[in-house]
Design a binder for this molecule. Sequence first.
Ligand code: FE
Ligand code: ZN
Length: 459
Amino acid sequence: MDKRTIVKKFAVYGRNVHPLAVEILKDLDQKNLDNVIAYICKTVDSFVISPEDVMRALKSYKFEEKPKRDVKDVTGKSMCEGTIEDFIAYFKSRFEKVSSFVRRRIGGIKVSALEKFRNEQVEVVGMVKDVRDYGEFAMFDLEDKTGVVSVFAGGKLREVALELFDDVIGVVGIYRNGRIYADRIVFPDIPIRERARRDFGVVFISDTHFGSREFLEREWDLFTRWLSGEIGSGRLLDLAGKVKYVVIAGDIVDGVGIYPKQEEDLLITDIYSQYEYAAEQLEKIPKDIKIYLSVGNHDAIRQAEPQPALPKEMRDLFSSNVVHVGNPAYVNLDGLNVLIYHGRSLDDLITKIPRLSYNRPQEAMIELLKRRHLCPLYGGKTPIAPEREDLLVIDEIPDVLHSGHIHTYGVGFYRGVLVVNSSAWQAQTEFQRKMNLNPTPCNVAIYYNGEVGRLRFCK
Ligand code: FE
Ligand code: ZN
């Protein structure tokens, strides 16, 4: 704020102000400045406001705190244009963020400093490149800002190495003849924590696919009637009354033109009408329940992750208890931190890691936590928008990691964090049948007081 304006603001109250007092005030933002000047003139009697008066007032004045945001996602913040520079900045951000988690667990020397070592143990943190399998052992390159070193992974470590993608990890091993013979591969991972316990219920669902011919309307009605307290008895009915939040992890509608010949699977072929129908169906959930609605690859928003929330014309269709968020999104439910991620990268992980399976989605989700990244594999089926800040890094450790996308139900706890994949509300489509995917729809996960329950609304 310029000094003359500040003098004028005091003049409005009939006061003069000492130049040094102006100096102290000039860095305040507009809103705080106006309030502080009003406060000074109310509490100080003298005609000329001195620097001491200002200091005293600033000490006792209660500054307005910025309201704490309870959603963190890319909505309204996307900056990238997909240039080479964007990609460089994106990978730099990924490296910096994830390597800081690894460095909490091991030390680390720069790759460029390795040449000083001979047959000695070293610890290096870097990004994995180019994993090669030689049968008995595997090799991969580890890159930091100063260079690249190749790593030899024999015995059991070969299997660990073969599951690495563009991960940022640590390697502990002996440096000899220009390469590291790994003894240990260190993931960024998450520390062990207590399970979060809250005295309200949170219901997790996803992949409603409204507009699809295979949408399971009868089962959906059972679910919403249970939430409304119309059906169920005893403990089940009690539980419904405790639900404060419903979290939906994307693929709210089936979309249009998502896969070949999709029109044959559609009941509603217009995208806007699909959202109208979606809004109508969510109306069946009682209004005192807050709904967090994220997006997925079937929704009407850019495909590259991180995805912003739905466009305004779609958002406006929904009632006011629906909060629209992007994918991924951190949401704070009265202190329960939920990280919503639709889960497209789970396809990539399950395809590339043979021990993972579509029938146990929770195991693939645990890999995300271990790697502190929602899409550890770049260049798979999951398109990534190279934002300057990598928002797919798991910066904060959530109480719950919630995904959908693969339409099978699975829950588990990993180091105190609930991982839940909340299946779907769509029966097997012709496309899924051809791909040999067997969904387990109409399963609902409910988290209450540190325990997770499974409710089945299937026939
Ligand atoms: Fe889906
Ligand atoms: Zn999906």
